[in-house]
Design a protein around this ligand. Sequence first.
Ligand SMILES: [Zn+2]
Ligand SMILES: [Zn+2]
Length: 208
Amino acid sequence: MPPVTVFLRHTPGGRGEYSGRTPMTRITDTLALSPIGPMPEDLLDAVAAAVAEAFTCKTVVFPVLDNADFAYHVQRHQYHSTAILDRLAEGAPDHVLKILGLTSVDLFIPILTHVFGEAQLGGKACVVSTCRLLPHAVHLPGSSSYRRLTKEAVHELGHTFDLRHCKDPACVMHFCRSEEDVDRKSDRFCRYCSVLLDDALKALHEAD
Ligand SMILES: [Zn+2]
Ligand SMILES: [Zn+2]
């Protein structure tokens, strides 16, 4: 993918709006970043920039949920990510193509001890957590420290465009069990996944 310039505009309400543009690629649509509870502004900026570049899209910050208490599992002391996805999808405005929840709580699905995030495959919603990827997020100095999170944000959004896990360990769609695995992969789609993503984006354009 060619280099992308990211434009940042702040609206009076304090919500950022970003767009990634290249001369060769049209803006496809808008993706919503949806902080669940307080989230550092530079973290939102970093995720917005990564997402805008990866998907050649605009992003808006659009909170839907104040907290994830409804997804809390008493025995596990964790939060069921699938329940969060359902609420995000319900609350997403019609004009956004996808919605990415950002939370600081520890997420799980029943068959795994924890997940970094979860997505509706080919659907509208995904979520990613800072809990294990950035346990000290509020103390980090700048956006370059957020790369683990931005990779997994792009990864989960990739699933909403129907991308599956990729065998290429450097591809952002590679499945990572540990934080170190996330550090080892890049923030880019491999050639194969790029083609699949372009096809998905084109199909969405044609359906407009
Ligand atoms: Zn995945
Ligand atoms: Zn790939």
